[in-house]
Write a protein that binds this ligand. Structure first.
Ligand code: T4K
Length: 377
């Protein structure tokens, strides 16, 4: 089997045309207004409302600061508990801990890999104040059930939509569920501003609160009304966002082609499962995860190592899971008994490279390599 000359990574950032960006930067330089809610920033927020189908958008300098601010905006009681998934990136539980709240891990659904809504109620205590589900890889959580539970127990819901840019459930923007949703615009995301993110929410009462929190709590030149942070997105980030808004749909079409090749080739390989997006949900095409079943001749880790030998850098998103981290492993909810599905999946999941400019030859090579791995042992 021929190897691949250039390294193939899990993703490659979608970047705007350099001349267009230069024009944008020229305008910014001439205006001398480079950050703090500038023209590009405000225009970007307005355009995102339409794309994400949500009433209010507040953009941030990155997704994690946006997540931290979402918790502050909802005024949860100090030290209270937030139910979340362990099958996610560290930013998810860390945003709970950084707010002085306690993460409580709930197991995941084996099909969607998102928080198992049927297990949430068992974890609710008088100390529970919120739920933080994650639409992992863009797979939708059971938003109907989660929002019903939240209503029954008077809990807040913050959805982590870092992987679900532009996803729609039954034609509804995914950012419109719960109290607040958080998107990441990191360079590795389908849609990016290099670093960046936003909060999406329908409640108009949160607009001023979030605006102040994002800017040190400053209400005006003489009043500081909240303990805020600096979460502002600068004008160059916003320009990249505006330009990439014109490009992301084409990127999605290209990714769809890549996904089609993977799906056609890999669904024929025994012991490899490709999780399926529910029919009522559009795919953000953020990641292409596969599940390597135990009967496959090589383990997930061996496959990951074999690919590396061919210059292909797959990722074990998400291994380890958050309940394995030093800071969380002693939590009562981190026991293997509480999280059997997540602990099983963490050893079987593998994300394959997915980006629009990924050469079809490389995609075929990756699939062929997986087939040859079948005969390695
Ligand atoms: N919630 C969830 C569920 C998240 O997944 C994330 C972030 C967040 C919240 C927080 O949002 P942000 O604060 O980041 O906005 C990457 C991203 O840095 C991170 O944003 C993302 N999730 C996570 C899943 O992936 P790493 O540590 O895997 O990134 P890294 O540096 O290993 O990059 C991955 C590959 O991408 C590289 O091997 C090559 C390619 N790459 C990367 C960069 C940075 C490029 O080609 N160019 C680049 O500039 O975390």
């Amino acid at each position: 089997m021929k190897g691949i000359d250039e390294p193939v990574y899990i993703t490659q950032p979608l970047l705007p045309d350099l001349d267009s960006l230069q024009n944008e930067i020229k305008e910014i330089f001439e205006s001398k207004w480079v950050t703090n809610h500038g023209i590009k920033h405000n225009l970007f927020e307005n355009k995102l409302k339409t794309v994400l189908k949500v009433n209010n958008i507040s953009v941030f300098n990155n997704g994690t600061i946006a997540l931290l601010t979402a918790f502050k905006a909802l005024n949860l009681s100090a030290g209270s508990e937030v139910i979340t998934t362990p099958f996610t990136f560290p930013a998810t539980p860390h945003s709970i801990s950084w707010n002085g709240l306690k993460p409580v891990f709930c197991d995941i659904n084996p099909e969607t890999m998102t928080i198992n809504a049927d297990k949430i109620e068992d974890l609710i205590t008088p100390e529970t104040s919120a739920i933080l589900p994650v639409h992992v890889y863009g797979f939708p959580c059971d938003v109907k059930k989660i929002d019903k539970i939240a209503e029954k127990y008077d809990l807040k819901v913050i959805y982590d939509c870092a992987h679900a840019f532009s996803t729609e459930i039954d034609g509804r923007g995914i950012g419109g569920f719960g109290d607040i949703s958080v998107f990441s615009f990191h360079a590795t995301k389908l849609f990016n501003t290099i670093e960046g993110g936003c909060l999406a929410y329908n409640d108009d009462n949160l607009v001023e609160k979030i605006y102040n929190l994002r800017n040190f709590g400053i209400k005006n030149e003489e009043e500081v009304v909240d303990i805020g942070i600096n979460g502002k997105m600068n004008e160059i980030q916003a320009s990249i966002g505006l330009l990439n808004l014109e490009l992301f749909k084409e990127e999605q079409l290209k990714r769809m082609e890549v996904k089609k090749v993977y799906t056609d080739k890999l669904s024929k390989i025994k012991y490899i499962n490709i999780p399926k997006m529910p029919e009522n949900t559009t795919d953000s095409l953020q990641y292409f995860p596969i599940v390597i079943e135990e009967d496959f001749p090589l383990s997930r880790n061996q496959i990951y190592d074999e690919f590396k030998k061919y210059n292909i850098f797959t990722r074990k998103y998400f291994y380890p899971i958050c309940s394995d981290y030093e800071n969380y492993k002693n939590l009562q909810s981190s026991t293997a008994d509480n999280l059997p599905v997540a602990n099983n999946l963490k050893n079987k999941i593998l994300c394959l490279p997915l980006y629009g400019d990924l050469d079809k030859k490389n995609v075929m090579n990756i699939c062929d390599l997986l087939k040859t791995f079948l005969n390695l042992k």
